[in-house]
Design a protein around this ligand. Structure first.
Ligand code: GDP
Length: 365
């Protein structure tokens, strides 16, 4: 599955947020058992109202949400790239995630120590980014000359990697993140992705604000939004303290509580929606009397890849997909109605999956 790594300086609210998100998700999930694989890894059920609608039409006995993984990567401090505070271990954890959720302290509280002495989310973000850039810089300063040497000896793969990673190295030397690298072609793009650079990963800034500003944010979060916009990153406002409170409530109490605070949805939903956008993910569904289930693929995925999410055999033996758009499925009251109205499409190997597609795969075993 897809995984987001939660990073940030100590005492910014990472653990509070991680615990709240995973507890809320556990309570929201209709039928999927919430699981923590390790104490700091949680698979969060992605809330999606469309599943309820589909299950109602099909009379599905069970609803199964798709999941997004969150990893609480604690322990990043100034000097992490030099091994401070178990730095290298944490940087290694970041290498394994698909995206970075960067929690920034945007609340004032004299009782909560700030490791850098004052609340300044932009400076905090830069402190962490600098560590990630230094780590990438150090690794590329070793890797690029090696690749260049191999390239001169006729290694074609090395030549491609050397070219694109030299560009990344130049950016890092200028103090810029590797994600600004522009690969020349698909081969370079692949080599760049394989390098798994920390500063090549997409970033979502989570502004942890005080309870009074949970709805519209505050002056600190406004500055983070400007920064995100300039970088092409995403940002959301969350109050970890409120999320922690919501996590302890019964689902039926939550609506009123959120309304009182002027919020339309939980922080969990906002983080997930932003995470989906950041990772360029979309949801498709499989629906039947047994279950209505949501699945995740990358934007641009073709039908066989979607089939492969369900089972590798489905991908290997893929023949075609019978597809109904979500709106058609609901309006026409299910598969039979959609078929009669000519809204059940037969799609082949090249079909690019749309968000909300209800799919049935035909395959050879
Ligand atoms: P981490 O080190 O980033 O994981 O931070 P924690 O989640 O452990 O939080 C550090 C301290 O800040 C704890 O005492 C939390 O209760 C407190 N804290 C976290 N979020 C908020 C918040 O939104 N408002 C206030 N006032 N305190 C918070």
């Amino acid at each position: 599955g897809f995984r987001c790594g939660i990073v940030g300086l100590p005492n910014v609210g990472k653990s509070t947020l991680f615990n709240a998100l995973t507890q809320t998700a556990a309570a929201q999930a209709a039928n999927y058992p919430f699981c923590t694989i390790e104490p700091n890894v949680g698979n969060v059920a992605v809330p999606d109202d469309r599943l309820l609608a589909l299950a109602a039409v099909a009379g599905s006995a069970k609803i199964i949400e798709t999941q997004l993984g969150f990893v609480d990567i604690a322990g990043l401090v100034r000097g992490a790239s030099k091994g401070e505070g178990l730095g290298n271990q944490f940087l290694g954890n970041i290498r394994e995630v698909d995206a970075i959720v960067h929690v920034l302290r945007c609340f004032e509280d004299d009782d909560v120590t700030h490791v850098e002495g004052k609340v300044d989310p932009i400076a905090d973000a830069e402190t962490i980014e600098t560590e990630l850039m230094l780590s990438d810089l150090e690794s590329l300063e070793k890797r690029v000359p090696n690749l260049q040497k191999k390239a001169t000896q006729g290694d074609k793969e090395a030549k491609i990697a050397a070219s694109v990673l030299a560009q990344a190295l130049d950016l890092l030397r200028e103090g810029k993140p590797a994600r600004l690298t522009v690969p020349k072609d698909e081969d370079e793009a692949r080599a760049f992705a394989q390098a798994q650079l920390l500063t090549a990963k997409p970033v979502l800034y989570v502004c942890n604000v005080d309870e009074a500003h949970a709805a519209e944010g505050n002056a600190f979060s406004a500055r983070v939004f400007e920064k995100a916009k300039a970088e092409g990153a995403e940002a959301v406002v969350v109050s970890a303290a409120i999320e922690a409170e919501i996590a302890t409530m019964a689902p039926e109490e939550r609506g009123d509580f959120l309304t009182e605070l002027g919020l339309s949805e939980t922080g969990l939903t906002r983080v997930i929606v932003a995470g989906y956008k950041l990772l360029q993910l979309l949801t498709f569904f499989t629906v039947g009397p047994k279950e209505a289930r949501a699945w995740t693929v990358h934007v641009g995925a073709k039908a066989p890849q979607a089939a492969g999410e369900i089972h590798t055999d489905f991908e290997r033996g893929f023949i075609r997909a019978e597809t109904i758009a979500f709106d058609d499925y609901v309006t026409l009251k299910g598969e039979a109605g959609a078929r009669d109205a000519g809204k059940l499409r037969q799609e082949g190997k090249e079909y690019v999956v749309h968000d909300g597609d209800v799919m049935l795969f035909r395959f050879n075993v």
